[in-house]
Design a protein. Structure first.
Length: 260
């Protein structure tokens, strides 16, 4: 399958513009699955809960319609982050395809001031069966909790689609370990730029990447530039969980010995 990551530079609060720009980037490369950043439509650095409330959308809102339209026109799938208006406001990721919405993931591990604006996710970590393989969703800071990627691997994910807005420098190298310890592929789609909105100044690190189930960085984008990268991969490689004659990654776990 052809897997694409889109590294964006959203303008804060300009949902329509950001959707248009991301779609133009997606049109540059044909792919089966596109992964877009966390909150790619709104921007990240909210100042007040009212502001999030104004910019959030239902899972069948304008961003969903634009991404589903793209998926229908191009017979592909898209995973993207957005501020979701539901019973409360969540930092969510949706997976859409030609048939519409496959599902939504709500970020479980909120980072820093996200705790002021979003309710923590309550839907667990979902895995979806697509024509080319099984795709799981997590968002940005979830990477710091190995339980997130492990939960997806135990549910059968071959690829983790990982919309992100990275601030700390550790994730790009950290995801190599997440992939190695689960033998899964991962597509981390980050944004670039800076959002200085009065009280708080946030700089994003770019460095979006696709990592193989053997822990190889197949492609990594720069720190400053918007960009698009695509790789051709066979997700069946992620089913090879054997390390040697005696060690199988997942069946070798010893849950009775862990304090979880
Ligand atoms: C993050 O979770 N957006 C750092």
């Amino acid at each position: 399958m052809r897997l694409a990551i889109i590294q964006t530079k959203p303008s804060f609060g300009k949902n329509e513009v950001n959707i248009h720009t991301a779609t133009e980037q997606m049109r540059e490369v044909p792919a089966d699955l596109y992964v877009l950043p966390e909150l790619f439509n709104t921007g990240y650095n909210f100042a007040t809960p009212d502001e999030v409330d104004r910019l959030a959308e239902k899972s069948d809102g304008a961003t969903f319609r634009a991404m589903t339209g793209f998926a229908q026109r191009n017979s592909c799938y898209v995973a993207y982050g957005f501020a979701e208006r539901a019973d409360r406001i969540y930092n969510s990721a949706a997976l859409v395809g030609p048939s519409g919405l496959l599902g939504v993931y709500r970020k479980v591990h909120l980072f820093d001031r996200e705790n002021l604006f979003f309710k923590p996710g309550n839907l667990g970590f979902p895995v979806f069966e697509l024509p080319f393989g099984r795709v799981g969703l997590m968002i940005c800071f979830d990477w710091m909790y190995p339980e997130a990627a492990r939960s997806l691997a135990l549910k059968g994910a071959q690829l983790i689609a990982h919309p992100s807005n990275l601030v700390l420098p550790y994730c790009p190298d950290g995801m190599v370990t997440r992939c190695l310890e689960n033998k899964v592929f991962a597509a981390t789609a980050d944004r670039v730029g800076r959002e200085n909105r009065g009280e708080v100044d946030v700089q994003f690190i770019g460095t979006s990447e696709i990592v193989s189930s053997r822990g190889e960085v197949l492609v990594r984008l720069g720190r400053e530039e918007e960009g698009v990268a695509v790789v051709e991969i066979d997700l069946k490689d992620a089913d090879k969980k054997k390390i040697n004659q005696y060690n199988d990654l997942l069946t070798g776990r010893r849950p009775d010995q862990y304090n979880l």
